[in-house]
Design a protein around this ligand. Structure first.
Ligand code: AMP
Length: 188
């Protein structure tokens, strides 16, 4: 099964994705983690990637797609994949659909984790302290929220039109949120 997990920064995607991949036994493809891995090297590419991440802006679509395509070639992805933080733009969504279609595959389900903005900002500021993430400062958080609502939120409509969208109430505690997710994915 191929699942896309959509949600604003701080919605709790990371936590829920970890539980979901264990439950479904599919690999977790987090483009944020992949890009942070590139950023941690000491190359011209890593400095270029850092300039996007540290400013809270999206990395270029073609670069992200190239990284995802490489990852999808690995054999564990034959069982399916949980896409976390990808696609994040309409272009990425279309490139993913095209890439999967070329291989006779498709996105089976899209989970949208919905949380109100004030709660998100509070959670992200706490994460800045606990995980030391440079992109979790107040200014960058606002930029990431703006990027989410302008570039990523339209995907919700795109997948809803395809009849693939399940909206999950992310305001509850992690256990209750996961229970909702389990119910939705076992219906597919
Ligand atoms: P995340 O860990 O998913 O919050 O991603 C952290 C940062 O990585 C984002 O703010 C972007 O700068 C970059 N990033 C992650 N996924 C993508 C993507 N699909 N497209 C473009 N940039 C991305």
């Amino acid at each position: 099964m191929r699942i896309v997990f959509i949600g604003p920064p701080g919605a709790g995607k990371g936590t829920q994705c970890k539980r979901l991949v264990e439950f479904l036994k599919i690999p977790h493809l987090s483009t944020g983690e992949m890009l942070r891995a590139v950023k941690s090297e000491d190359t011209a590419l890593s400095r270029w990637v850092a300039s996007y991440i540290d400013a809270g802006r999206l990395a270029p679509d073609h670069l992200v797609m190239r990284i995802v395509e490489q990852r999808l070639k690995q054999s564990d992805c034959l069982a399916g994949a949980l896409f976390d933080g990808f696609p994040r733009t309409m272009i990425q969504a279309q490139l993913l659909d095209d890439h999967l279609a070329e291989n006779g595959l498709k996105v089976d389900m899209v989970l949208e984790l919905a949380v109100v903005e004030d709660v998100l900002i509070d959670r992200l500021l706490k994460r800045a302290v606990s995980e030391g993430r440079l992109d979790d400062n107040r200014e960058t958080i606002h930029e990431r929220m703006r990027v989410y609502s302008t570039q990523t939120a339209p995907l919700v409509e795109y997948y809803a039109k395809q009849g693939k969208l399940a909206v999950i109430d992310g305001m509850q505690d992690a256990e209750a949120v996961f229970h909702q997710i389990q119910q939705r994915v076992t219906q597919v």
